[in-house]
Design a protein around this ligand. Structure first.
Ligand code: ASP
Length: 421
């Protein structure tokens, strides 16, 4: 078991690097032709990469359903569950507000959009950004009209709400529903072992995803946007290693470097897939086996975080606001900045954990302060790379908050955390 875990970390990172090199060779070394474009980039790489993401996504709904039911059941006490939920929500909101604030500050220090040669920016795709989602609707949508529909369409918040109620009631009904309780427990075991099985394909999936991304983009795609990208990446790094590191150290006394070391395979996975949702099973498993967080907590907080806590996305949105405002020479007031903090926090709640949604939600943030929505077109071309980086921060934020909450509630096994491997 130990050997497998060690290998997975190493192998995922070797695949990432190999994918990068092969992608670059494809972009610069091989001229566009049928074999390169159709057979490899849009054939083999696309099928194996996306096939892997689909296989992970296949696990999400049944796993979240079973594991939340089991978690709530074993917790039994609904008041305790409420307190854990409340603390988690506060952490999620605070880290998001902090993330956007950092992004706005970094944006104003680096000034990515000042002196921008707008002509130099050619967007790779001319995609139109769809309209905004109303906040009231986002709140109402938490209650499922039909739980089966929620599961079929993968509406995570609704699945979470339904599973919490089922788990709470199964605990309350006790003997009368032992059959169903057992079913949920066995379902959970089954889904966890299916996760391990699918993860065996991770090296190939990760390699293909990264190779395809870089084969398509190369370097010149993002040269004019380097300052913007640098600002986003810097803010992401501050959030990930500074804010999260400090939070973990101060609130739980745990060593952040050890944490990141153990959590690296999950971060590598999120980076290559740019999908928080697909990362849920691996994150819950790693937190349990390597960090020592009880599944009672993580089964609830990780899917919740993957759905509503998007610190990395909020950072991209904060920097994008400053970037586009500067590029269009629009002055933002203090009130505008506060509005951005509020709307980006709401956007983070409404952003689904799948690729590129953060970009769609950006229209809501832009509209709130009167920035031109066409400005988004400037950043579409290079967004995939930032999407990978921000998704990594999104899921790391969920895991850090989860670990702190678990530690506070005595659901943390320090021996596992201190174990090597
Ligand atoms: N790809 C991000 C995620 O899954 C969402 C986004 O920012 O587009 O967490």
């Amino acid at each position: 078991m130990k050997k497998f875990k060690y290998n997975l970390t190493t192998v995922i990172f070797i695949s990432l690097l190999l994918g990068f090199f092969v992608g670059m060779i494809f972009h610069y070394g091989i001229p566009s032709c049928y074999v390169r474009d159709t057979i490899f980039i849009d054939g083999l790489f696309y099928i194996l990469g996306n096939g892997f993401i689909r296989a992970m996504q296949m696990l999400v709904v049944p796993l979240v359903l079973c594991s939340i039911i089991c978690g709530t059941m074993s917790m039994g006490d609904t008041r305790k569950m409420g307190r854990i939920g409340g603390t988690t929500l506060v952490f999620y909101l605070l880290t998001t507000v902090l993330a956007i604030t950092i992004a706005l500050v970094i944006g104003n220090i680096i000034n990515p959009g000042v002196d921008l040669d707008m002509q130099a920016i050619r967007t790779a795709e001319t995609q139109t950004v769809k309209g905004e989602t109303s906040f009231v609707q986002t709140i109402l949508d938490i209650i499922p009209l039909n739980p089966f529909e929620a599961m079929a369409t993968g509406n995570m918040l609704q699945v979470i709400v339904f599973a919490l109620i089922v788990g709470g009631l199964l605990a309350y009904l006790g003997e009368k529903t032992t059959g169903l309780a057992k079913l949920a427990e066995q379902g959970n075991t089954l889904m966890m072992s299916m996760t391990t099985l699918v993860m065996k394909a991770a090296p190939i999936g990760v390699f293909c995803l990264i190779a395809r991304t870089f084969a398509n983009i190369g370097f010149e795609g993002f040269a004019p946007m380097l300052k913007y990208m640098g600002a986003v990446l810097l803010a992401l790094a501050i959030q990930c290693f500074g804010v999260y590191g400090l939070m973990l150290k101060l609130l739980s006394g745990l060593n952040p470097i050890r944490f990141i070391n153990k959590f690296l395979p999950v971060m590598g996975f999120a980076f290559s897939t740019a999908t928080s949702n697909a990362t849920i099973p691996l994150s819950i498993g790693t937190l349990k086996r390597k960090i020592g967080v009880s599944e009672e907590i993580s089964s609830f907080t990780i899917p919740l975080g993957a759905t509503i806590n998007m610190d990395g996305t909020a950072i991209m949105q904060g920097v994008a606001v400053v970037f586009v405002a500067q590029a269009y020479s629009i002055d933002l007031s203090m009130t505008d900045y506060l509005t951005v903090i509020a709307t980006a926090t709401m956007a983070s709640i409404g952003t689904a954990g799948v690729p590129s949604v953060g970009l769609v939600m950006l229209s809501m943030v832009f509209t709130s302060v009167g920035l031109p929505v066409e400005g988004i077109a400037m950043i579409i071309g290079i967004d995939r790379i930032l999407d990978m980086a921000r998704t990594t921060v999104n899921i790391t934020g969920d895991a850090i908050c989860t670990t702190i909450v678990a530690k506070m509630n005595g659901k943390f096994d320090k021996n596992i955390f201190l174990n090597k491997g």
